[in-house]
Write a protein that binds this ligand. Structure first.
Ligand code: PEP
Ligand code: MG
Length: 583
C-alpha cells in the first residue's frame, strides 16, 4: 500500500464484512483518473480488498502435523489448478482464447518446481500452518517481481498475487464468496484488480472499476475493455476517501469520477447513457455494408487491434482492414519467447477473419511500459526515452529477425504491410529494410517460394521523425502517425500519468500543423498516410483531420461505426454544398 490510509474493507476473505476502517468522509467530489476502458457507469461503491493483505491464522505445528499441512497445500494446489482450467475455458468461450491464456500462464506458474520447493522449504523451516506459509511465500514471490521497475514483471507479480489469493481462499474455504456477493450495479473500488477478479466479477453485477494501481497494458484493463466495463485507473490517493456504498458516476470519456452526484448530475449521466446506447445502434445500422473506400474521396476506416477478439470485433463493425496490429499482447500472453512457428501459426489463426483485407502489422514495440516477462534486458527497465521500439529491435536482432521471417511467410497468404515503431531518424527504417532483404534471401535459399514484396512503413510518433519527415518518406512505402506517443514526446508529458494529463490534453491541438505537414509530404511523394493514434477515433478531431485531407483512419474496433457515420455525413454535406454551387 503506497499511502497510509487503507481502503475500507467491504468484501474480502469470508464474505461481506462491515466497514472497519474509519475514513475521512467526503461529500460531493470529483476525482480524476486515466480512462483504461471507455463508457459511462453509474452505480454504488463496493470496496474490494485483497485477502493477501489480511491477517491469517498463525499456528505452530508439531513435527507430526507437518505432513498433514503439506497434504492440505497439495490438495489446495490441485483444486486451484482445476479451477484455473475452468476459468480459462469459460474466459476463452466468453471473450476469446487469448484472454483465457492469462489463466494458463497462472497454471504454469503454480506448477513451477521452484515455487513448490520454496513452499516445502518454508513449511519445514517455519513449521507454521498452511495458510501462513502460502501467504508468506506468495508475498515474497510477488515482491520479487513487483519491485522491479518494469511493467510486465509487475504484471507477473499480479499473477502470482492472484494465485496466492486463490490458494488462500481454497484453504480457508472462503473461495470466491466475495465476488459472488457483489450487489447489483456495483462500481468496484480497489487498490488493484487481478485478472481473476475482473473475469469473475463480470457477470456479478459489476458496472465499473476504479483502481489506485493500473496501467493500459495490465491484464485487468485488457479484460475490462474486452468485457466493455468502464475502468478508470490509476487514480490519485483521493481514491482512499471514497466512502462505501456511495453513489458514483464514472465518465469513461473524460476520466472524471463523481462521488455523491447531485440528482441533476445523475439525470444528466443517465440520459447520456441512454442517448449513447441509442446512438450506437444508429451508427451500427446506418453504416452496415457502407464502404467509403469506393466513394469519391476514397476514405479508409481501418482498425487498431491487439488480440484475435479485437480482429473479430473489427470485422463485425465493418473495418476496411487492420491499420495497426499491436502484436505485443500475443508475445506477452506467452510464458517464454514464442518460437517462430508458434508466432506464425498464432498470427495466421488470428488474421483468418480478415484474410481478404489489407493488414498492417507493427514490429514488436517493446520498451517503456511494454515489456516481456521472459526477456531479461537491463535496458527494458529504462524509461520511455530509452531503448524502445525500433531501437530495441535493432540492438536485439534475435528478436527482430524471427518476426520478420514470420511476416514474410504470412505475406504469401495475407495482404501484409510491416510498420516500424518509434522511428526517429531515416536510418531506423533503412536498417530494418536491409534486414528484411537479408531474411528474404535466407527464406528463398530455404525454398520458401513466392515471397512477395512487403511494403515497409514508418510510424511517425516522435518530434524527431516529424523534423526529418522528408528523408523518412524517401525510404518508406507508407506512413502511419501515432499521435499518442507524438503528443507524449512533444509535450514531455507521460501519457499514463494523471498529474500531467492537462499538458497531454493540450498537445492535441498543438500537433495539428505537424499532422498536416506530414500528410502533405507523404502524399506528394505518392505514399499513403494513415493516422492511427487515439486522435483518429476521437469524433472531436475526426472532422478536423478529414478537413486537413486525411483519408486513412485507424481506430479502435468499437469506434468504427461512429467514425464511419460522421465521415459519411460530412461527405454528404460536402456533396450537397458542391451541388448547390453548381446549380
Ligand atoms: C501511438 O503512439 O499513437 C500508437 C498508435 O501506438 P501505441 O499507442 O501502441 O504506442
Ligand atoms: Mg506509439
Amino acid at each position: 500500500m503506497q499511502c497510509g490510509t487503507k481502503l475500507p474493507t467491504e468484501g474480502e476473505g469470508r464474505g461481506l464484512v462491515p466497514k472497519v476502517q474509519p475514513m475521512k468522509r467526503i461529500k460531493r467530489r470529483q476525482i480524476h483518473g486515466i480512462v483504461l476502458s471507455a463508457g459511462i457507469a453509474i452505480g454504488t461503491v463496493f470496496h474490494y480488498r485483497d485477502i493477501l493483505t489480511r491477517e491469517v491464522e498463525r499456528r505452530q505445528l508439531s513435527s507430526s502435523e507437518i505432513h498433514t499441512e503439506y497434504l492440505r497445500i497439495q490438495n489446495a494446489v490441485d483444486h486451484v489448478l482445476e479451477d484455473l482450467d475452468e476459468i480459462s475455458r469459460d474466459t476463452s468461450k466468453k471473450i476469446g482464447r487469448d484472454h483465457g491464456a492469462i489463466f494458463d500462464v497462472q497454471k504454469e506458474i503454480l506448477n513451477d518446481p521452484m515455487l513448490k520447493a520454496d513452499i516445502e522449504k518454508e513449511l519445514r523451516e517455519q513449521r507454521l500452518n498452511a495458510e501462513h506459509i502460502i501467504r508468506r511465500v506468495f508475498r515474497l514471490w510477488e515482491n520479487r517481481f513487483s519491485t522491479l521497475d518494469n511493467q510486465e514483471m509487475k504484471e507477473r507479480g499480479h499473477d502470482i498475487a492472484d494465485l496466492g489469493r486463490h490458494l488462500l481462499r481454497t484453504l480457508t474455504g472462503s473461495e470466491g464468496n466475495v465476488l459472488r456477493q457483489v450487489p447489483e450495479n456495483s462500481v468496484i473500488v480497489a487498490e488493484r484488480l487481478l485478472p481473476s477478479d475482473t473475469i469473475r466479477m463480470e457477470d456479478k453485477n459489476v458496472v465499473g472499476f476504479v483502481t489506485f494501481q493500473g496501467g493500459r497494458n495490465s491484464h485487468a484493463a485488457i479484460l475490462a475493455r474486452a468485457l466493455n466495463i468502464p475502468m478508470i485507473s490509476p487514480v490519485d490517493t483521493s481514491i482512499y476517501e471514497i466512502p462505501s456504498r456511495a453513489k458514483i458516476i464514472l465518465d469513461g470519456q473524460s476520466g472524471e469520477i463523481i462521488v455523491h452526484p447531485t440528482s441533476r448530475l445523475l439525470r444528466k449521466f443517465e440520459s447520456l447513457m441512454i442517448q449513447r446506447r441509442r446512438a450506437k445502434n444508429k451508427w451500427i445500422n446506418a453504416t452496415k455494408g457502407v464502404c467509403l473506400r469506393s466513394g469519391p474521396r476514397g476514405i479508409v476506416v481501418n482498425a487498431n487491434v491487439s488480440t484475435p477478439g479485437d480482429i473479430r470485433k473489427a470485422k463485425d463493425h465493418g473495418c476496411d482492414g487492420i491499420g495497426l496490429y499491436r502484436v505485443e499482447q500475443f508475445y506477452m500472453s506467452s510464458k517464454d519467447m514464442p518460437p517462430e512457428d508458434r508466432v506464425y501459426h498464432g498470427l495466421k489463426d488470428a488474421l483468418w477473419p480478415v484474410k481478404e483485407m489489407p493488414v498492417t502489422i507493427r514490429l514488436l514495440d517493446l520498451g517503456g511500459d511494454k515489456v516481456l516477462p521472459h526477456l531479461d534486458f537491463p535496458e527494458q527497465m529504462e524509461s520511455v526515452l530509452g531503448l524502445r521500439g525500433v531501437r530495441l529491435l535493432l540492438k536485439y536482432e534475435n528478436i527482430l529477425r524471427p518476426q520478420i521471417r514470420v511476416l514474410l511467410r504470412l505475406a504469401n497468404e495475407f495482404k501484409i504491410q510491416i510498420l516500424v515503431p518509434m522511428v526517429s531518424v531515416p536510418d531506423d527504417v533503412i536498417a530494418i529494410r536491409k534486414i528484411i532483404e537479408e531474411e528474404k534471401r535466407r527464406l528463398k535459399s530455404q525454398n520458401i517460394n513466392d515471397l512477395k514484396t512487403v511494403p515497409v512503413g514508418a510510424m511517425v510518433e516522435t518530434p524527431a521523425a516529424v523534423v526529418s519527415i522528408k528523408e523518412i518518406v524517401e525510404c518508406s512505402d507508407f506512413i502511419s502517425i501515432g499521435t499518442n506517443d507524438l503528443i507524449q514526446y512533444t509535450m514531455a508529458a507521460d501519457r499514463e500519468k494523471v498529474s500531467v494529463s492537462k499538458y497531454y490534453e493540450m498537445g492535441h491541438q498543438l500537433i495539428i500543423p505537424w499532422l498536416d505537414e506530414i500528410r502533405k509530404v507523404a502524399e506528394s511523394n505518392g505514399l499513403d498516410c494513415s493516422i492511427c493514434g487515439e486522435m483518429a477515433g476521437d469524433p472531436s478531431y475526426t472532422m478536423q483531420l478529414l478537413e486537413l485531407g486525411f483519408r486513412h483512419f485507424s481506430v479502435a474496433p468499437q469506434l468504427i461505426p461512429r467514425i464511419k457515420y460522421d465521415i459519411m455525413n460530412a461527405l454528404q454535406r460536402e456533396r450537397r454544398m458542391t451541388q448547390s454551387v453548381i446549380r
